[in-house]
Design a protein around this ligand. Structure first.
Ligand code: GLY
Ligand code: MN
Ligand code: MN
Length: 424
């Protein structure tokens, strides 16, 4: 759990970054239609959540800065007996005032009237420029005095880069639940089953431990399906001698985990699968060795590219001088993605990769990122020796930067050939 005073500290920090005589308006997400009158399960806007910890829709946070002081106002859904009968209880303004460390709480129907009042003497307005819904129009309609529109999203996203202890606890909890799901998948008898049956095992594991949402749509890719990077159909039967790439991570209290393991249907790797698998694993271990504060993410990608290019030569897929192959990006069809990404409230946490001057952000204590090298050898690729065609492998772990190195938060999810083969 993240305490209310931590959310207040975040708002204090945000306001300290705003210009004098300015106002910030941060909206919750709206419901999104899935079909006709049914909606997707609601998920709070990540920046709004980071600033409030509030999970309801139709809410707005307003921060009004005067010199060094500021006033915080939260607008929340009005209590409504009929709507609550259909859609569940709402906190309401009275309870919200008790819970949140804000100066004032109003119901949402007061927003327009109050906003007109707040904005009248202000010079700068901060809001999320990506907003497309009607409230953004409302802001513009009533903001004629404003000489300066500023995007609030990058400021909050920069704050989200370094995780607090309480955030790290939630990420660890998410990873721990995901660990059980992957171990369950490894133990499950997969012969003559379908990808969705394995998905059901994973989802059972997530949901039965209180992680009622995935952090992203799971990928359960048997055999050559692993060579479609975003394979989410998850509806084909497994073949006995194939591998399965499982990229699945739960979300817990709005914090993500993101783990990939590649395991054999039968429980045993073939010689060729083992060969490719160990090349990917060795790459991952080499990248991990280089992780510590002060290092750049692009350096990690360079290590991965070098190791994987060497691997492709070793497998007889590429030929020639390693440096030239790298320069010509010959590895790209077989390793088309990056080495990893920030992870937090979003699985691909929307934190910056470059600072205000366009310089790459270096790794620092408290940052969390994934490390996920892979090799994808498509079944129809004639440049790949026949025996390796159809093999697709990724190994992905979640890494926390520490004082002088890193902690692999998913180290307990086994990944050596020996360990995977012995779990059955
Ligand atoms: N599961 C999404 C990713 O690995 O980036
Ligand atoms: Mn990832
Ligand atoms: Mn992933």
């Amino acid at each position: 759990m993240i305490k209310e005073d931590e959310y207040k500290e975040r708002r204090d920090t945000l306001v300290s970054k705003m210009s004098k005589n300015s106002i910030a308006v941060i909206f919750s997400n709206s419901y999104k239609t899935r079909s006709n009158d049914t909606e997707y399960p609601y998920r709070q806007n990540s920046n709004f959540y980071y600033m409030t910890g509030f999970k309801e829709d139709n809410a707005t946070l307003v921060l009004i800065k005067k010199n060094k002081n500021y006033k915080s106002i939260l607008f929340v859904n009005k209590k409504d007996k009929v709507d609550e009968l259909w859609n569940g209880k709402r906190l309401g303004a009275k309870e919200a005032k008790k819970r949140f460390l804000v100066d004032q709480v109003y119901t949402d129907d007061k927003f327009e009237e109050k906003y007109k009042e707040y904005i009248s003497a202000k010079k700068s307005l901060y809001f999320d420029f990506d907003l497309t819904f009607s409230k953004a129009d409302l802001l513009k309609k009533h903001s004629r005095n404003i000489s300066n529109y500023k995007n609030i999203a990058p400021i909050i996203q920069k704050m989200r880069l370094v995780k607090s202890d309480s955030e790290i606890k939630l990420i660890k909890k998410a990873i721990n639940i995901t660990k059980d799901a992957h171990l369950r998948a490894m133990k499950f008898k997969k012969q003559d089953r379908f990808e969705y049956e394995l998905l059901a095992e994973i989802e059972h594991s997530f949901k039965s431990q209180g992680a009622y949402s995935d952090a992203y749509t799971s990928i359960i890719a048997g055999g050559n399906n692993a060579n479609t990077l975003h394979y989410i159909e998850n509806n084909k039967p497994f073949k006995n001698n194939d591998l399965i790439l499982i990229d699945a991570g739960c979300e817990y209290e709005h914090y993500a985990s993101d783990i990939t393991r590649t395991i054999p249907v039968s429980g045993k790797f073939t010689e060729e699968q083992k060969e490719v698998y160990n090349l990917v694993l060795d790459t991952q271990l080499k990248v991990l060795e280089a992780i510590k504060p002060g290092v750049k993410r692009t350096k990690l990608q360079k290590i991965a590219v070098k190791c994987l290019t060497e691997s492709l030569v070793e497998l007889g897929i590429l030929k020639g001088d390693i440096k030239k192959l790298i320069k010509k990006e010959k590895y790209k069809p077989y390793y088309p993605h990056g080495i990893g990404h920030w992870m937090g409230i979003d699985v691909h946490d929307q934190c910056p990769y470059k600072d205000e001057n366009g310089k790459e952000i270096v790794l620092a204590k408290g940052m969390v990122l994934t490390i996920e090298p892979g090799l994808y050898l498509d079944i129809d690729d004639k440049k790949v020796p026949q025996k390796y065609r159809g093999i697709g492998i990724r190994i992905e772990d979640d890494i926390l930067l520490t004082d002088d190195g890193y902690e692999n938060l998913s180290a307990d999810i086994i990944k050596t050939v020996e360990d995977i083969e012995s779990i059955n």
